[in-house]
Design a protein around this ligand. Sequence first.
Ligand code: CA
Length: 430
Amino acid sequence: MSAHTFKANNPALKSFVEVKKDSDFPIQNLPFGIFSTSSDSTQDARVGVRIGAFVVDLAELSELNLLNDLDFDHSVFYENVLNPFIELGQTNWRATREKVSELLQIGSDLEKQLKDKNDKVLFPIEEVTMHMPVQVGDYTDFYSSIEHATNVGKMFRPDGDALLPNWKHIPVGYHGRASSIVVSGTDIHRPKGQIKPNDADSPIFSPCRLLDFELEMAFIVGKSTSLGDSVSIEEAENHIFGMVVFNDWSARDIQKWEYVPLGPFLGKSFASSISPWVVMLDALEPFRVASPEQDPKVLDYLKYTKKHNFNINLEVDLIPQNEEATTISKSNFKYLYWNMAQQLTHHTVNGCNINVGDMCASGTISGKDENSYGSMLELSWGGKKTLTLKNGEERKFIQDNDTIVMRGFCQNENVRIGFGEVSGKILPAK
Ligand code: CA
């Protein structure tokens, strides 16, 4: 489906809600999330849509009979995760985004109603708490950036080929830990574990000394499959609800000691952080781009003909305690060698079933030049180089009380569609 077929994507649309020019959330975006008003407990968390600096309460819109066109049980808007709403299927997500778009346009029924009465439909973003948008059943992390895989290969296996022989044939991935995926703003304690310092003969137990972020994005599965079924590459995007920015926190010293032969375990499973607003793939349509050419040719089940990549600018800030932010990386989702359709197709080719709410992360998204590397491991080249921050402090890896902020946004001459940010602060080990 092309961009113009979604009325809600029309760049000419204007909302009666003020949206600043540099906002990630114009009326053409309308991402979904779970919020509660500050006086509420998480029991009162419910479904909201973001516009400008406001959250639109979908449960309240339903109460006001403004969503009567939506022909499904509106109890999904009172749930504290998006899963039941997503379960309703692509036709209903699309209808909901289109209906909310109509209601937010100048001259809408909602604008008239808000003038007449003092209904509490719009909440300033600073007055709400954002929660995990979905219950994540399973989480898979891919490794789809050729620049990142090459950089890590050079550092971890200096004497061999940077890329392993399978890398250009398989979207490499591993099964991660769903329970420790947290929403932006959640503090993370420095993990502890087994590390083996270079000068030691045997491992020691220690707080991680080489703590890192990984700049990633993740998609959220929107349509389940049955055990034994596979999703074709043509169908794959119909199984995706939307995307978030994803920080895959990584303990490099724990990872290095444990990862052979079965891959990452405790070096990754202590936490991953996500941005709270799920941007529907539909909203990203104007920013579709071709992927890098794949050579050698991939097997038939991974071959694709359409554009499956998106031009999404990504940035990482490091903020020492009580200091200003330094932007330490600028990358782009479009650099990824393997696209989401290939990832999902490969994931299910063996008959593995997927469920609504499952999360699939891209792997660290690095670009070609040194300022576009998506991890401290690469930015400091394994600790051999030093990053200098705006306040003169230096970093090779993340220190206690540092905050990492990642942002994602698409921008063309007509519209900016963004994800907001995912932020997380590292506290000392417990
Ligand atoms: Ca990762």
